[in-house]
Ligand binder design. Structure first.
Ligand code: AMP
Ligand code: FE
Ligand code: FE
Ligand code: ZN
Length: 287
């Protein structure tokens, strides 16, 4: 039985394994397909494909985008698109440039709060290519750890960086209809990520809105989803004709309890049939 993971991050965004290290781990874990879904970035794919060469591991083109729809923040996964699509590339460039400006503003906020940290400290956590990779709050969180201000990434989010906390600065987000159209125009599919992060009272409404904009799938299995959420989301996906997908949302040591290919305590188990369903959906979109 072929196993897959359709949601994972590398050092190109806020994961802690390089694309090559992630591919090695996927092979060790016995996966046969891996979607790399870095935030606002497709730069890991080439290296991952090279690293997968000679292994029985398919690298699936992926991305994770942040959206805002009627005041609610959502994450959208894109799959099987043309990563060289001009409008997509231009949009991702713009989103990453906005992330750089925002990182500087987060550092300013922290300084105003009396926390000793500089943009260079944050860039050191991003590492090589600090100005071209997708810089985000997890890098700030790691810098806060390195400087001894917090003991963990979780503590950094709880005290400073989480939504509504004193150093949180919103990032640029796409609208749902625009983001879905962008992925479709690039030949790909749009899947709503970890719906559990949407406030419960607005969850179903949001899924229905996105479905009306052409959403293709719903991430039913995710490391944050328990059995009840999987059941509810599976039923909703089925009723709206959406593909039921799944992925761990692996981030390496930034989310230490989430394992590639199996999620949290084995709560994510995805088969190649899921990837095949996405491929069929894509084929059906084509005239
Ligand atoms: P950003 O894209 O810069 O807004 O940062 C959001 C990212 O931070 C998410 O993709 C997660 O990887 C991570 N994140 C959000 N909340 C937490 C948390 N409480 N603990 C650890 N990581 C988090
Ligand atoms: Fe992330
Ligand atoms: Fe996400
Ligand atoms: Zn993710």
């Amino acid at each position: 039985m072929a196993r897959v993971d359709l949601h994972a991050h590398t050092t190109t965004s806020d994961g802690t394994l390089t694309p090559t290290q992630l591919v090695r781990l996927a092979v060790e874990n016995g996966l046969n397909a891996l979607a790399i879904t870095d935030h606002d970035h497709v730069g890991a794919l080439d290296e991952a494909r090279k690293a997968a060469h000679g292994h029985d591991l398919e690298i699936v083109t992926g991305i994770e985008l942040s959206l805002v729809e009627d005041g609610v923040e959502l994450h959208l996964l894109g799959y099987l698109f043309d990563e060289k699509n001009e409008r997509l590339v231009a949009t991702l460039d713009r989103l990453r440039a906005a992330r750089q400006t925002r990182a500087a503003r987060i550092v300013e906020r922290l300084s105003d709060l009396g926390v000793d940290i500089t943009l260079a400290d944050v860039q050191a956590e991003v590492g090589e290519g600090a100005t071209t990779r997708s810089i985000g709050r997890p890098h700030v969180a790691r810098a806060l750890m390195t400087k001894g201000h917090v003991a963990s990434v979780t503590e950094a989010f709880d005290r400073y960086l989480g939504d509504g906390r004193p150093a949180a600065v919103p990032k640029e987000k796409l609208g749902a209809a625009d983001a879905i159209a962008l992925l479709h125009d690039a030949g790909g599919l749009a899947v709503l990520a970890h719906a559990v992060t949407i406030p419960a009272e607005r969850r179903e409404e949001m899924v229905r809105r996105l479905a009306a904009h052409g959403l293709d799938g719903l991430e039913v299995a995710h490391s944050k989803h328990g059995p009840v959420e999987r059941e509810t989301l599976g039923t909703l996906a089925h009723s709206l004709g959406l593909v039921e997908t799944g992925g761990s949302d692996f981030h390496g040591t930034n989310k230490p309890d989430v394992k590639l290919g199996s999620g949290r305590d084995g709560n994510v188990e995805v088969r190649d049939e899921t990837l095949n369903a996405l491929k069929r959906r894509k084929a059906a979109r084509r005239p």
